[in-house]
Ligand binder design. Structure first.
Ligand code: ACO
Length: 179
C-alpha cells in the first residue's frame, strides 16, 4: 500500500511531528521494550506503514501520500486538538501500533474538555505484548494533562475486556447514523 523509507530508526528530533514529544507521559515511554519507541505521528509516517496498521482496524482506502500529508497538516493546524501517536519498531523504523485522542472543548462543566480516543490498532504480529495498553495509557495521559474531565471511546463487545484492563468502564450506549 505504501512506499517504504529504506532507513534505520529516525529519532524524534529529525522528524516533523504533529505535537511535541514531551506531551507523551515519560512513564509510558520507559515501560516500552527497548526495541520500541512511542512518539507523535510524523509527516513522513505514510512511508512507515501508518495506513497498513490502521487497516488492522477497518477498511482503509489509500488516498496517496500528498493527500495523507494534507490531512496531517490540517489536523496539526487545529491547535491543541489532535494527538495522534505511533509505536515504532526501532529495528525496521516501521510503525507497529497507532492511536489518537481528540480534545473536544465544551460549554458545560465550567468550559471543560473531553478526550475522545479513536482508531487504536496494533500490528497483528505484535498483539498481546501490551502495546495496545501503552497506546491507551499514553493517550489517556495526554487527555488528562490537557485538563479533560473524562476520556471516552466506542468499541465492540469483543474489545470491552481490553478496555477494562486499561482502566475504562462501560457507560451508556453508542448511537450512530452513517451518511
Ligand atoms: N479480550 C480480552 N482481553 C484482551 C483482549 C480481548 N479482545 N485484547 C487484549 N486483552 C487483554 C490482554 O490479554 C492483556 O491482559 P493482561 O494484562 O491480563 O495480560 C490486556 O488486555 C492488554 O492487552 P495488550 O497486549 O495491550 O493488547 P494488544 O496490544 O493486543 O492491543 C487491541 C489490543 C488494540 C484491541 C489489538 O488487539 C488490535 O489492534 N485489535 C484490532 C483493532 C481493534 O479492534 N482496535 C480497537 C478498536 S476500538 C477504538 O479504536 C477506540
Amino acid at each position: 500500500m505504501t512506499t517504504q523509507l529504506s532507513q534505520s530508526f529516525t529519532p524524534d528530533n529529525q522528524l516533523d511531528l504533529m505535537f511535541p514529544s514531551e506531551y507523551i507521559p515519560e512513564d509510558v515511554k520507559t515501560q516500552l521494550h527497548s526495541s520500541l519507541h512511542v512518539r507523535p505521528l510524523a509527516s513522513t509516517d505514510y512511508r512507515r506503514g501508518h495506513l497498513n496498521i490502521l487497516s488492522v482496524l477497518t477498511v482503509v482506502t489509500d488516498p496517496g501520500e500528498d493527500a495523507w500529508v494534507a490531512q496531517f497538516n490540517a489536523m496539526r493546524a487545529a491547535p491543541k486538538t489532535y494527538y495522534s501517536i505511533v509505536i515504532v519498531d526501532k529495528a525496521t523504523d516501521r510503525i507497529v501500533a497507532v492511536g489518537c485522542v481528540f480534545i473536544e472543548r465544551k460549554f458545560l462543566r465550567g468550559l471543560g474538555s473531553v478526550g475522545h480516543i479513536e482508531d487504536i490498532a496494533v500490528d497483528k504480529n505484535q498483539q498481546g505484548k501490551k502495546l495496545g495498553l501503552r497506546v491507551i495509557q499514553a493517550l489517556t495521559g495526554i487527555s488528562e494533562n490537557s485538563g479533560c474531565y473524562k476520556t471516552i471511546l466506542n468499541c465492540s463487545d469483543h474489545n470491552i475486556p481490553f478496555y477494562e484492563k486499561c482502566g475504562f468502564e462501560k457507560k451508556e450506549n453508542e448511537m450512530a447514523k452513517y451518511a
